[in-house]
Design a protein around this ligand. Sequence first.
Ligand code: G3P
Length: 215
Amino acid sequence: MKIFIDSADLGEIREAAAMGAVDGCTTNPSLIAKTGKTQREIIQAIVEIVDGPISAEVLGTTYDTMVAEGRELAKIHKNIVVKIPLITEGLKAVRTLTAEGIKTNVTLCFSPTQALLAAKAGATYISPFVGRLDDASTEGMQLIEQIVRIYENYAFDTEVLVASVRHPVHVVEAALIGADVCTIPFKVIQQLAYHPLTDLGLAKFLEDAKKTPKA
Ligand code: G3P
């Protein structure tokens, strides 16, 4: 399973990349807004840190504006993936951008029917938001199971990119289901590496080592 970092914070991205944990990065307008910089400034910085797919989201909500924005975003770097919201105008824009060789990440997916249409439009990635479904008392990972099964049934090329991840269990379940990608906030990436028994064991090793004669 590929791991993308779900962040626009350059310090977080550098730290996660240094761990070797990062195969790509996803951003969204809320994450960009937190930086206080322009989307272009942030994306141009991220492509220098992460050698992999970098998702940058359009703000337009009509076919024409999404296609125009997507073409401009794609010019920033060869690794840019244009993030498009899962609305009918967005599906039309995905078809056009895909035909032009521009990679797309269809975002804000909350149902298997939405995911089916995104695949038929030729999306490179589909981003189902599991955390926000959980927040709405719906089992987010069941959607991932449904999408993976539907895509396997019909050999769709669209990659399942699990998004809105809230904790390590989402990551484990995504991997067990066979999702292609999981995009993970930095805080959760840090949690993936942590186990209290590791820390306890290391402390004991170091304590015991003090009793070992030095050469
Ligand atoms: O970036 C898309 C998705 O990961 C957003 O997650 O935490 O805002 O629901 P969240």
